[in-house]
Design a protein around this ligand. Structure first.
Ligand code: KIV
Ligand code: ZN
Length: 386
């Protein structure tokens, strides 16, 4: 039987904290409703102590969104945890997400403390959070740069204190997939009682490896992936939700599954991008405008013959109508005939030869030849032939 991989969405927390991505309450509620429809298992609604506005957003989402677990972030600080619990009070399934930095850098330069004191704070934070809710997720910030033996000690303490979910963040996007997978495997093999907990991956994309690292985590025992729509998040971003979901669907069909309705991926990507005024890069996997666009003659010819020649995903599976053939100076006769047919011209071989010559001259002078340009060009070609 295939194993469920839970999707923990942090678009409204790690994503929204990015400069320029801030949403008002109405926009947050709209995104939260769509994330619920998308099928996320956990929705991280915000960081309640960070501002009265974020507190209110977590409170509103907790009241209305009933299907996913609603999660609120806190540091390993009593007041943070208390405020998170208050914001989550009305949630059907509340989760407090608390934690502390565990890497040598964080211990020495962020907290100016000792490894033992970090363990003590981690344990106390989890115990305190457990006094409010049953479901407590612990994050070992900068776990990517934390020595595995020490990390296992921290995790053992929080498991003993009652943590239900163990978040292993590669906060600085430092790990290679093999290293991250190895880290998860080490914890799975060396922490007693970890099999009763959910192990979570929270990877950042500083080296462009966030998705690869999350998948390496899954292959080694992770059953929850933390991610954002369009991969938005601090610096180079977080693991992109659409990528993880589609990798699991494409490459691990018989081993793993998620609860995501993949046909909503493109519509929700646009909603997030529009409401945050954060454009998606054109060549972004799954949701970029060029993700299913074909522009070179060789590829266009192949895709017209059979879509699967150049596409591993059916665009309808991710909420798009169809693949796109873009006419450029690199396009061939097959694409030109195909596009001409779409606007009502069924060209013979000789007609196509004539139009193609003129098409190339036009295409060399501009980036793309759109349907109106093509219509004009065909009409002109025929009137000059006549
Ligand atoms: O990147 C990170 O470590 C985080 C934690 C707060 C979970 O976002
Ligand atoms: Zn993060």
């Amino acid at each position: 039987m295939s194993k469920e991989i839970q999707i923990f969405d942090t678009t409204l927390r790690d994503g929204e904290q990015v400069p320029g991505c801030k949403l008002n309450h109405t926009q947050k509620m709209t995104v939260a409703r769509e994330l619920e429809n998308l099928g996320v298992d956990v929705l991280e609604a915000g960081f309640p102590i960070s501002s009265p506005g974020d507190f209110k957003a977590v409170e509103m989402i907790s009241k209305e969104i009933r299907k996913p677990i609603i999660c609120g972030l806190s540091r390993a600080v009593k007041q943070d945890i208390k405020v998170a619990a208050e914001a989550l009070e009305k949630a059907a399934r509340p989760r407090i997400h608390t934690g502390i930095g565990t890497s040598p850098e964080h211990i020495k330069y962020k907290f100016a403390t000792t490894p033992d004191k970090i363990i003590e704070r981690a344990r106390e934070a989890v115990k305190y959070a457990k006094s409010f809710v049953e479901d407590v997720e612990f994050y070992a910030e900068d776990a990517g740069r934390t020595d595995n033996e020490y990390l296992a000690k921290v995790i053992q303490e929080v498991v003993n204190a009652g943590a239900t979910v163990l978040n292993i963040p590669d906060t600085t996007g430092y790990c290679l997939p093999g290293e991250f997978g190895q880290k998860i495997k080490y914890l799975a093999e060396n922490v007693k009682g970890i099999d009763k907990c959910i192990i979570s991956a929270h990877c950042h994309n500083d080296l462009g490896l966030a998705t690869a690292n999350s998948i390496a985590g899954v292959m080694n025992g992770v059953t929850q992936v933390e991610c954002t729509m369009n991969g938005i998040g601090e610096r180079a971003g977080n693991t992109s939700l659409e990528e993880v979901v589609m990798v699991i669907r494409q490459k691990f069909k018989n081993q793993y599954h998620t609860n995501i309705n993949t046909e909503m991926l493109n519509p929700i990507s646009r909603l997030v991008s529009d409401s945050m005024s954060m454009p998606v890069q054109a060549n972004k996997a799954i949701v970029g405008v060029n993700a299913f666009a074909h522009s070179s003659g060789i590829h266009q010819d192949g895709v017209i013959k059979r879509r699967e020649n150049y596409e591993i995903i059916d665009p309808r599976e991710v909420g798009l109508d169809q693949s796109i053939i873009v006419l450029t100076a690199r396009s061939g006769r097959a694409a030109l005939a195909y596009k001409a047919k779409q606007i009502g011209f069924d060209l013979t071989k000789d007609e196509l030869d004539i139009v193609y010559k003129q098409f190339l001259t036009l295409a060399d002078s501009q980036k793309e030849v759109n349907p109106d340009d093509l219509k004009e060009l065909i009409n002109k070609s025929f009137s000059s032939v006549a």
